[in-house]
Design a protein around this ligand. Structure first.
Ligand SMILES: [Zn+2]
Length: 491
């Protein structure tokens, strides 16, 4: 006997009414199909799991997008609304390309509604637009967000915006879906956004909540989490004790499909470019799982689902409308060089005034500004990457040592020595707050990660400050950007 059969046999002792309900339904199904009473057959349920969608709903070089994913699920997986399926997400639904970020996740939830998601857990990025922003998405979502380990710091209660688990009935089976959120959330997002919340250890949360799920009449218990493969693996012994059959993950963008001690452990990659699935065969006669088959698949070659495609198209149009917003005016082109570089770096300090110095790489600036109206789209084209600003604490000498050929700066100059922008000399043993990108931080040829292993993730995309700074400068045909630029080289 394999271990998941044993486990579910044990869990079976905790429930009473649902085994008989299941038998009744299964028998009824046999009568209606075959016209006679037969032994109840097994039910196979398929979980389709994505995670870290990060708003990649639109087809692009990185993904076939949401409409084709739904097509794959219909054509390859045989998905149908009333069929034996659960569509689950491991969280981080939004924050990515402009079509997601500018609408603070609204477009992503719209698409997930059209795709009939049954539940999502809460990823750290669900808080990128503060708890108030998340609550707007919750009001919009036609599926629940589950997390068993988020508590209010004030009193230890579950916050009002989340439930620890939900019960979904699929083909007569009661499936308990328990959520978990990465305990790194206060460090991997903007810390003050979640300062009222505790993210308690996964094991404590599961030990408390899963017995309630069984008492509530579950036939199967699955965990949908925003935690990485290693953390899921560490939870397998507890999953065995508690009768959990499946742990789905997220946060690390991994593709995982394995059976570990009878527990299916899955993660679906990211960007809706791939997904994980688990087929669960449940024997109604014994009330136990007889087969558990995890696997992963690519979002590849699907026929776009018309309904999902229509929703995505609406958001593409809305994003285009936003992108065409005029944010400034240049009387003549501003090419890649000191004036443009200074503008961009200065905009970061404008957006994050508690920082002393901004440091970017010239390679992150892909084109200059043309003459005439400057739109949001122009800025996105100039700074097109999905990079976010980090705030680091560095000494003056660490700042100097991190300078590279092509480093763009604000708040300091290296011309004739190392000076602040007010002309006072930098102190090599003083600690400064530095803005740079998560991209440079991740690069091994930069010392940032070694110098400050615990940076603040601002959640600010590196192009957003330039858009806002241009709006602030309010440049026009009669007051063009060219007149307010600082063309003096700082390096
Ligand atoms: Zn995450």
């Amino acid at each position: 006997m394999n271990s998941w059969t044993r486990r579910t046999a044990k869990s079976n002792t905790r429930k009473h009414p649902h085994s008989s309900l299941f038998l009744l339904l299964a028998v009824a199904a046999q009568i209606s199909c075959a016209g006679r009473v037969a032994a109840p057959s097994a039910v196979t349920l398929t979980i389709l799991h994505t995670n870290d969608e990060h708003g990649w709903i639109e087809e692009s070089e990185f993904t076939d997008g949401a409409a084709k994913l739904m097509g794959v699920w219909r054509d390859v997986e045989g998905y149908r609304e009333d069929g034996p399926f659960l569509i689950l997400s491991g969280g981080d639904n939004w924050t990515g390309p402009a079509i997601s970020t500018w609408f603070e996740g609204e477009s992503t939830v719209d698409v997930m509604n059209a795709m009939n998601y049954n539940a999502s857990t809460v990823g750290n990025h669900e808080f990128d637009f503060k708890i108030a922003g998340f609550e707007e998405r919750l009001a919009q979502a036609e599926f629940p967000y589950v997390s068993a380990n988020i508590r209010l710091k004030a009193n230890g209660d579950f916050p009002r915006f989340v439930v620890p688990y939900v019960m979904k009935e699929v083909s007569g089976l009661q499936v308990g879906i328990v959520g978990l959120t990465t305990t790194s959330t206060p460090r991997s997002g903007f810390p003050t956004y979640v300062e009222t919340l505790d993210f308690i250890p996964y094991a404590d949360a599961l030990s408390e909540v899963v017995p309630q799920v069984w008492d509530d009449g579950a036939d199967i218990v699955v965990v949908v989490s925003h935690i990485c493969h290693a953390e899921m693996t560490a939870l397998v012994p507890l999953a065995n004790q508690l009768g959990i059959s499946v742990i789905g993950g997220g946060h690390c963008n991994e593709l995982v499909a394995e059976i570990n001690n009878g527990v299916a452990v899955i993660e679906g990659g990211w960007r809706m470019a791939s997904y994980a699935r688990v087929q669960i065969t449940f024997d109604g006669e014994t009330g136990s799982i007889t087969e558990l088959v995890p696997s992963t698949a690519q979002n590849n070659g699907g026929t776009p689902d018309p309904e999902v495609a229509a929703v995505v198209s609406r958001w593409i149009e809305a994003a285009d409308a936003e992108l065409s917003d005029v944010v400034g005016f240049a009387s003549s082109p501003v090419g890649r060089g000191p004036a443009l570089h200074n503008l961009i770096a200065d905009s970061w300090l404008h957006a994050y005034p508690s920082a002393d110095i901004a440091m970017n790489n010239a390679g992150g600036v892909r084109q200059g500004l043309p003459a005439g109206e400057i739109t949001r789209g122009t800025i996105i084209g100039m700074l097109p990457f999905q990079n976010n600003l980090l705030a680091l604490e560095l000494t003056g000498s660490q700042v100097v040592a991190s300078l590279r050929r092509g480093t763009i700066v604000a708040g300091m100059t290296t011309v004739g020595g190392f000076f602040h922008s007010d002309g006072s000399p930098m102190k090599m043993d003083s600690v400064y707050t530095i803005l740079t990108t998560d991209y440079l931080y991740a690069r091994e040829d930069y010392p940032y990660a070694a110098d400050d292993p615990d940076p603040i993730l601002t959640g600010i995309n590196y192009h957003q400050p330039t858009i806002e700074y241009l709006e602030f400068l309010n440049t026009t045909n009669s007051n063009p950007l060219n007149q307010v630029l600082d063309p003096a080289p700082r390096r």
